[in-house]
Write a protein that binds this ligand. Structure first.
Ligand code: SD4
Length: 333
């Protein structure tokens, strides 16, 4: 089996060479399987979108200190933000859809391309944990709506009212003033996307959101879609998206970022190019999308269509060492 794969790669590389695409092609495709590449880099990194990424990363590193791995860092960081009732775009306190229902989307992925996702879920306090359970305990990748809620109940997750007074009042005000024209920059833009690399070289990512505020009931964005709102390949790196999900889904943004990195782009260059794909294919005056990427060597980058996008970056050179924390302004408006 292995020798026929080697033979295929050798022959195909020769063919690619005659077509003039040899170097990037062989670099991109003849990598050893990810399990064979895992090695302790000695460095742990976490990068998460927006200001709340700072606290999420702190929580992620606390999980690492407690003996967790990259996936635990992601889940811990995401749960912290989901539990913040003041935040209007993730978990409890998220702004509702136009009918007044808070519906949540989340996904999680690890370095071996295991993935779990839930979308259009109501009354579930921690969709990131539910997504992880889908990944680890079921044969599926994605559960939606009532089925995902049923699974949450089977796992013992108690139904939680996610609509806070603050979010309900904002929705009531919106009803009196809006013609249902949500503008992502103004109405809701703080989805959290998280990427982590642990000291053993394991990568993971997650994304969790209440989606675009005042969306149509039933609308699902990019955040729970593997390849759109999040993608991780342990051999290359990970990427996540924030902003108007429709634009991210149409360009399969996070997958694109990772594939560009596979071909040699830095995380920054890959995010820049994925943003250009959107700019080249649709009017962007009224929409914002930002990408965040983390290479398997710990390098990060981010880019957005408009100014105002930032992300938190934490790193620790060695286990138990000092965690450096910085908020990076990725505005390129
Ligand atoms: C969505 N991408 O549902 C999400 C919204 C978002 O920052 O990212 N806001 O389209």
């Amino acid at each position: 089996m292995a020798s026929s794969r080697r033979k295929f790669i050798k022959e195909a590389t020769a063919v690619a060479g005659t077509l003039g695409i040899g170097s990037w092609w062989s670099k991109a495709w003849s990598r050893p399987p990810v399990h064979a590449q895992l090695e302790g880099s000695g460095r742990a990194v976490m990068a998460s979108t927006w200001n709340h990424g700072m606290l999420a990363n702190d929580e992620g590193f606390a999980a690492l200190e407690a003996g967790g791995n990259a996936l635990d860092m992601i889940e811990a960081g995401a749960r912290l933000v989901e539990a913040d009732a003041e935040g209007l775009s993730v978990g409890i306190g998220g702004l509702p859809d136009r009918d007044g229902h808070v519906t949540l989307d989340a996904c999680i992925m690890d370095h071996t391309q295991n993935a779990g996702s839930v979308c259009f879920v109501q009354d579930v306090a921690h969709p990131i944990t539910l997504a992880r359970k889908v990944m680890e305990k079921t044969p599926h990748v994605m559960l939606a709506g009532a089925g995902a809620e049923q699974y949450a109940r089977e796992l013992g997750m108690k139904p939680t009212n996610l609509l806070t007074d603050k979010a309900r009042k904002a929705w009531e005000k919106w009803q009196t003033t809006s013609n249902y024209e949500p503008v992502i920059n103004i109405e809701n833009h703080d989805t959290i996307g998280l990427l982590a690399l642990d000291h053993a070289g394991r990568l993971a990512g997650g994304c969790t959101t209440s989606g675009v505020a005042y969306k149509m009931h039933g609308r699902v964005g990019d955040s729970p879609i593997i390849g759109a709102g999040l993608y991780v390949d342990g051999a290359v790196g990970g990427a996540t998206a924030t902003g108007l999900g429709e634009a991210v889904m149409r360009t399969v943004g996070s997958f694109l970022v990772v594939e560009l990195m596979r071909q040699g782009a830095s995380p920054q260059e890959a995010c820049y190019e994925a943003v250009q794909r959107i700019i080249r294919s649709m009017p962007t005056d009224d929409l914002q999308v930002g990408y965040l990427a983390l290479g398997r060597n710990g390098e990060v980058g981010g880019h957005a269509i408009h100014g105002g996008f930032n992300y938190a970056f934490h790193q620790q050179a060695e286990p138990k060492g000092t965690v450096q924390r910085v908020l990076i302004d990725a505005s390129h408006g």
